[in-house]
Design a protein around this ligand. Structure first.
Ligand code: C2E
Ligand code: MG
Ligand code: MG
Length: 638
């Protein structure tokens, strides 16, 4: 650039060939700046400046305006523009000076021009009218004074250089601004963790899809993905592993659909995005019918559901997919997203690892959920909650050891609502604290009552489920204490069941609360063991008295030897750590025989009895006492 700016190209356009020679003589050979410097020194007695000293002009010439224009255009194309052109006013037979200048400026707006004219040529007023008022144009009267030519050439080319430097700088700045804006745009539209497009970009894409669908027969689908075991992975293996899983999911999606370009709204194919948490969305454009979306979901399920290897840990997760298509005439992006989300909920509630299509009745379900929430808020005050009791039996001598208290909701219109239909909602909304406290109070009351009224029931224990939010509630210990003192139930008869995934977090506050609970005299059961990601060698560090093996393990124990081997290992380890083991969900005599053969201490399940209301549990208790111990088939008796 410096060279280009120091060596100024000057174009002379004049039909009189001899003029070209004059210019070359004046500006070329001996440095014109030296001549100017000599003149300046002669006039003002000052030495020439370094800038002027180093200037050199390259003179080129054209005889006609058209030829000059071609040279200017070529110079611009080559990136070697002229700084300055001297243009004669009269150049028959071609364009005159004014017309030539008009063309030159179209080709190179930065070109400085000196128009050379005799007095009689063109009035200044007419020149301005045609070319406008501009600082790019000066007038030089004929005949020329060489010093004047030097002065003009130097001054104008210096000005040209400064302007050009400024505009190069400006272009550089503009480039930086452009880059930075693009960067910010990318950040605003991309998910930081996975690099997939985010919710904002999906919104833009859906808006475009919706307007295309409104004005043509274009159809599209939204597939809403949620990962069924993400929460367990996050809770039991920690957030960094949870994050890795999300990145792994994103990589698989990119593998299928390629990297999304967020610089433009895509108008075909599939695009995957992450909305947040473990929620991902796929926008499938240009489908022929809903079957295309179903085909895609069926391809995705096994692809996303196979094992993820994260830092030497193998993690299993499955996806639940909700599908909504443009067949329902959406006007807003959030509506189709909401419906795909509702369908995803349906897929989850139908057993996970599947897809469900949105249908308008699901919208009703969403509204129902909201109504349910309002009803649930009132359920505790209106005394609509009930406890059902399921027996827990010794596999050593078939004795009844206690009951698990399981909550139900006696809804005035819906009837008896099972816990899986309202506990998750209660957890989400925090209502679980009130519900959980009620469960503790009611179980303590019932067992204290049985102890008073029924003979030989003073050793029967009650197991109560306790949720994550309850453990974080600072008033939990007080609530338990109050329930025990008000009812007179001995603390040794109350056990708290806490699911494996909560315990595996080993959150310091949870551990402290558990220690406090144990120092009150209560025992802690680890519920649903085998559904989280417990590492067996963490067990010894947990303040747990009893391990409850999840029913998914028990289910297969009599069919599959490898399950029996796993249960055997769990039982042996638990015993070595001084823990007892309860098998959940025991349904058959086979399972009972197998479990007792493996040295399992206790069992609970439909094989013995389903959860039952208090009055039936009371009858069960009385019957058991009348024939203690009642033999269960397959259970050894003392
Ligand atoms: P959980 O604590 O693991 O309770 C055992 C669940 O397995 C109960 O379901 C029980 O009815 C069911 N079950 C027992 N034996 C068998 C069997 O042989 N076969 C099969 N298929 N199922 C069996 P339920 O009562 O529907 O409770 C479901 C879950 O709801 C409970 O699982 C527990 O996590 C939660 N829950 C229940 N009551 C409460 C409560 O008061 N507080 C909290 N936080 N959660 C509760
Ligand atoms: Mg339980
Ligand atoms: Mg359980």
């Amino acid at each position: 650039m410096t060279q280009e700016l120091q060596r100024r190209r000057v174009l002379v356009i004049d039909d009189n060939e001899s003029i070209h020679g004059d210019f070359k003589k004046t500006l070329g050979s001996r440095s014109p700046t030296q001549r100017l410097a000599a003149a300046t020194t002669a006039l003002f007695g000052q030495p020439a400046t370094a800038v002027i000293d180093s200037l050199a002009f390259e003179i080129e010439s054209a005889l006609q305006g058209e030829e000059g224009l071609r040279m200017v255009e070529a110079a611009v194309r080559a990136g070697q523009p002229y700084a300055l052109a001297f243009v004669d006013m009269r150049m028959p037979p071609g364009w005159d000076g004014v017309e030539t200048i008009q063309h030159l400026w179209q080709a190179d707006p930065e070109l400085q021009v000196v128009i050379c004219t005799a007095y009689s040529d063109y009035p200044w007023q007419r020149i301005i009218e045609t070319l406008g008022v501009t600082d790019r144009l000066l007038i030089l009267r004929k005949p020329f004074d060489p010093i004047e030519v030097c002065q003009l050439a130097t001054a104008l080319s210096e000005k040209w250089k400064l302007k050009r430097q400024a505009s190069l700088k400006l272009a550089e700045l503009e480039g930086m601004v452009h880059e930075r804006t693009a960067e910010l745009r990318r950040l605003a539209l991309l998910d930081k963790l996975t690099g997939l497009p985010n919710r904002a970009f999906v919104h833009n894409v859906l808006k475009t899809c919706i307007s295309r669908a409104a004005s043509s027969d274009f159809k599209f689908a939204v597939l809403f993905l949620d990962f069924d075991r993400f929460k367990i992975v996050n809770d039991s293996l920690g957030h960094p592993v949870g994050d890795q899983l999300l990145v792994g999911v994103a990589e698989r999606l990119r593998g299928l659909f390629g990297r999304a370009n967020i610089d433009a709204i895509p108008d075909s194919g599939c695009m995957a995005a992450r909305l947040g948490g473990d929620e991902f969305v796929i926008v499938q454009q240009g489908i022929n019918s809903v079957q295309d979306a179903i085909d895609l979901a069926q391809r995705l399920l096994p692809h996303l559901g196979s094992v993820y290897r994260l830092n030497n840990i193998e993690v299993h997760t499955t996806a639940s997919i909700g599908i909504a298509t443009s067949d329902l005439d959406y006007h807003r992006a959030e509506d189709i997203l909401r419906d795909a989300d509702s369908a995803m909920y349906r897929a989850k509630s139908q057993g996970k690892a599947r897809y469900a299509l949105f249908s308008p009745d699901m919208h009703k379900d969403a509204v129902n959920r909201l109504t349910l929430e309002g009803d649930l808020r009132r359920a505790v005050q209106r005394e609509e909650l009930r406890l059902y009791y399921q027996p827990v039996v010794s596999l050593v001598d078939a004795r009844l050891l206690g009951f698990e208290a399981l909550v139900r909701w006696q809804h005035p219109e819906r009837g008896l609502v099972p816990p899986n239909d309202f506990i998750p909602l209660a957890e989400e909304t925090g209502l679980i604290i009130d519900i959980g406290n009620w469960v503790i109070r009611e179980a303590a009351r019932q067992f204290a009552d049985w102890t008073r009224r029924l003979p030989d029931t003073s050793s029967i224990e009650v197991n109560v489920n306790c949720s994550r939010k309850q453990l974080a509630d600072p008033s939990l210990i007080t609530q338990i204490n109050q329930a025990l003192t008000q009812t007179g139930l001995a603390p040794q008869r109350l056990n708290l069941e806490i699911t494996e995934s909560i315990l595996m977090e080993q959150h310091q506050t949870v551990m402290q609360v558990l220690q406090q609970i144990r120092s009150l005299g209560l025992r802690v059961h680890m519920d649903d063991f085998g559904t989280g990601y417990s590492s067996l060698n963490c067990l010894h560090a947990l303040p747990v008295n009893v391990l409850k093996i999840d029913r998914s393990f028990v289910h297969n124990v009599s069919q599959r030897r490898d399950y029996a081997a796993v249960i055997n290992a769990i039982i042996t380890l638990a015993h070595n750590l001084g823990m007892e083991v309860i098998a959940e969900g025991v349904e058959t005599a086979d399972q009972v025989a197998m479990l007792s053969g493996l040295d399992c201490d206790q069992a609970q399940g439909y094989f013995f009895a389903k959860p039952m209301p208090a009055f039936e549990a009371e009858a069960f208790l009385l019957a058991r006492q009348a024939h203690t111990p009642v033999p269960f088939p397959g259970v050894p008796q003392t």
